[in-house]
Design a protein around this ligand. Sequence first.
Ligand code: AFP
Length: 323
Amino acid sequence: MKNLFSVLRSDEVNDELLRVIETIVDASKEIAFRVRQGALAGVLGSTQDENIQGETQKHLDIISNQLLKDLLLANSAVAAIASEEEDTVVAGHEAGKYLVAFDPLDGSSNIDINGQIGTIFSIYSALDLIPHHSELQFQQQGQQQVCAGYVFYGPSTLLAITTGKGTRCFTLDSTQGNFLLTADKIQIAADTQEFAINMSNARFWNQAMRAYIDDLVLGETGPRAKRFNMRWNAAMVGDVHRVLTRSGIFLYPSDTRNAKQPAKLRLLYEANPMAMLIENAGGKACSETQRILDIQPQQLHERVAVILGSANEVDECLNYLRR
Ligand code: AFP
């Protein structure tokens, strides 16, 4: 089986970007070890602190963030980092060529129940004409990403990654410590019979989204005239991996629970990297109004509605929203 770095070299990924990816991979292996140790490593449970998102930080959130931060800031190719767990951009090396945005541990609410969790990352080229640590560095559209991926800490430790030439999945061979290619050039079927959404928020969605989901639930007895199944992992990494593996549509729509925060998922380090992975696997990734990778970011931690997965089903959902 081919290993990660031989595959990336065959995609003509330059040495400096390879080094940044290698740094993320090294940090993720350390995180994977702590996750597997769980309670034995004393990493479960919550701290007394809240992050800028207003979320209580789990011990493993802090540990994962610190591991990624320390290793990335020691890499001279990294100009700056942005993290879900950091209030602002953290400066790296002035001459660094790359920016890294990450959610160090996505699915934190699953940590204490031994559920699915993962690290999501996104890499951009640093911009020349502005300070290397300016927030403006991260106000690049998602289509400017040079690499995106996630590490999925499940029964296997998986790495899904794209540099724009297709989406591939690698499995960590823990005997040798290498990620080996286990799914090359993934293609998501255009149609699906599986959707993922947190149904408990239904009363907070707009009418069009409620109508779309209602018709999925009606299945063969309704206008869609086919049966649909539902899954919800409460960790975007797990739900997106299922979509990459067997098609599907994943939705986190805007809702009225919090007038100041109509959407939950973060553009920079959740929606954009997942959108790049999905599009490179032949799927679609949109907000309720536009292609996610076209969105012009305005601030570091901005949030966005997400509708992604099988292209024809995403279009079907958007047709409901446009009625
Ligand atoms: P946490 O990291 O706080 O668990 O949130 C995970 C997440 O950002 C994303 O990974 C999930 O798809 C979504 O939130 C789950 O949201 P619900 O709490 O509504 O299930």
